[in-house]
Design a binder for this molecule. Structure first.
Ligand code: KG4
Ligand code: ZN
Length: 329
C-alpha cells in the first residue's frame, strides 16, 4: 500500500510517500523558520498561508522523486491534530480533496502517534513493547507502547514542554528562533561547573515532569549574572533538562521492565540528550532507538507511515475535514 503523508500542524510543511512493502519512497520538508524568525515564534495565520503555497508543488515533487503517478497512490494520511487549527485545515483540505479526486481512502493521524512510531522508519527498529519519550515543542511525555494504538501514558509535563523551555530560555539568552538548536550550540562552549540548576520533580516518585520552574530559575540567573554568563547558563540549563529526562527515563524502564527506549520529537535531536539516554539504557540492559535527525522534527514521513499502518488495518475517517487543536493520545 502506497500512502501519501501530509504534515501541516505547525511551521513545517512535510510531504512523503510510504509503502508498506518497500518503506519510505520519498520525503520532503519545508521549514518556515525564516518566515517566523522576526516574530520570535510561529504566527499561525502566516503558517497556514505558507502551507497553502507549498503543499501542491511539494506533493508533485515527492511523486516525481518516487517515480510515481498520483494514480498509483492507495491512500492519503494527514495530521488531524494536535496543532494549529488553521494550519491543520490546510493539510486536511488538500489531503481529503486529493483522496476524493482519486477515489482512495483518507485518514487523519495523531501527530504524537506519528512521532512515537517514527523510529520504525529506520532499518534498526524497536520491537513492541517499548517506552517512548516524546519531547517536542508542544509535548513532553513518556508512553508505554504495546502495539499500534495501544498506548499507556506513563507521565507527562504538568506545565511547559521541554522544547518550549529550550525556546523560552534561548529567547532569554537572546538567541535566534528556534531556540533549541541555537542553545545546544552555545552550551558546547559553556562551563559545566559554574552553575547547577534544579532537576524539577526528580526528588519525588512518579514520571511526571515540569519545566516552568527551571525557566524561572534560568531567568533569575540571567538577570543576576548578565550576558557574559550566557554560555555557562545555556550549559547549566541543558544539563538540568537532560538530567531530568534521563532520571525519568531510567525510572520508566525500571518500572515497566521493557528493553527498548524510543526517543522522538524535536528535542530528540539534541546530542547531549542522546548521549545521556544511551548511558541510561545501557545501564538498564535496554537499547535506544531514534529516527534519523531529519525525522526527529516535524515531517511528512512519520505521518505517511502511521497513516499507512492504520489504513492497512482497514481504518478510514469520514468525509469531514475534521481537525483538532487538542487531542489526547
Ligand atoms: O517535534 P518538533 O519539530 O515540533 C513540535 O513541537 O511538534 O519540535 C520542535 C522543538 C522546538 O522547541 C525546538 O527548539 C526543539 O524541538 N529542538 C531542540 C533541538 N532541535 C529542536 N531542542 C534542543 N536541542 C536541539 N538540538
Ligand atoms: Zn512535532
Amino acid at each position: 500500500m502506497r500512502v501519501l503523508g501530509i504534515e501541516t500542524s505547525c511551521d513545517e510543511t512535510g510531504v512523503a510517500i510510504y509503502c508498506t512493502r518497500e518503506g519510505l519512497l520519498a520525503h520532503a520538508v519545508h521549514s518556515q523558520v525564516a518566515l517566523h524568525a522576526r516574530y520570535g515564534g510561529v504566527v499561525p495565520e502566516l503558517a497556514s498561508r505558507d502551507h497553502v503555497r507549498k503543499l501542491a508543488p511539494m506533493i508533485n515533487g515527492v511523486l516525481a522523486d518516487a517515480g510515481l503517478d498520483r494514480r498509483q497512490l492507495d491512500g492519503v494520511a494527514y495530521t488531524r491534530g494536535p496543532g494549529l487549527v488553521g494550519a491543520l485545515l490546510v493539510g486536511a483540505g488538500v489531503a481529503r480533496s486529493l483522496a476524493w479526486g482519486l477515489d482512495i481512502p483518507a485518514l487523519g493521524v495523531h501527530h504524537m502517534e506519528a512521532h512515537l512510531l517514527a523510529p520504525m522508519l529506520e532499518a534498526r527498529k524497536p520491537a513492541y513493547p517499548f517506552v517512548a519519550l516524546l519531547v517536542s515543542g508542544g509535548h513532553t511525555m513518556l508512553v508505554l507502547v504495546a502495539g499500534l494504538g495501544r498506548y499507556r501514558l506513563l507521565g507527562q509535563s504538568v506545565d511547559d514542554a521541554a522544547g518550549e523551555a529550550f525556546d523560552k530560555t534561548a529567547k532569554l539568552l537572546q538567541l535566534p528562533y528556534p531556540g533549541g538548536p541555537a542553545l545546544e550550540r552555545l552550551a558546547r562552549d559553556g562551563d559545566p561547573t559554574r552553575f547547577r540548576f534544579p532537576r524539577p520533580m526528580t526528588d519525588r516518585p512518579g514520571l511526571d515532569l515540569s519545566f516552568s520552574g527551571l525557566k524561572t530559575y534560568t531567568r533569575n540567573t540571567v538577570l543576576r549574572e548578565g550576558d557574559d554568563a550566557a554560555a555557562d547558563i545555556a550549559r547549566a540549563f541543558q544539563d538540568a533538562v537532560v538530567d531530568t529526562l534521563a532520571i525519568k527515563c531510567r525510572r520508566a524502564l525500571e518500572q515497566t521492565g521493557v528493553k527498548g527506549l524510543v526517543v522522538s520529537g524535536g528535542v530528540g535531536a539534541n546530542r547531549a540528550l542522546r548521549e545521556r539516554l544511551g548511558e541510561v539504557a545501557a545501564q538498564a540492559g535496554a537499547e535506544t532507538y531514534y529516527p534519523r535527525f531529519e525525522l526527529c522534527t516535524d515531517n511528512g514521513a512519520m505521518v505517511a507511515h502511521a497513516g499507512a499502518l492504520r489504513l492497512e488495518a482497514g481504518e478510514q475517517s469520514g468525509p469531514a475535514f475534521d481537525v483538532v487543536a487538542r487531542w489526547p493520545l
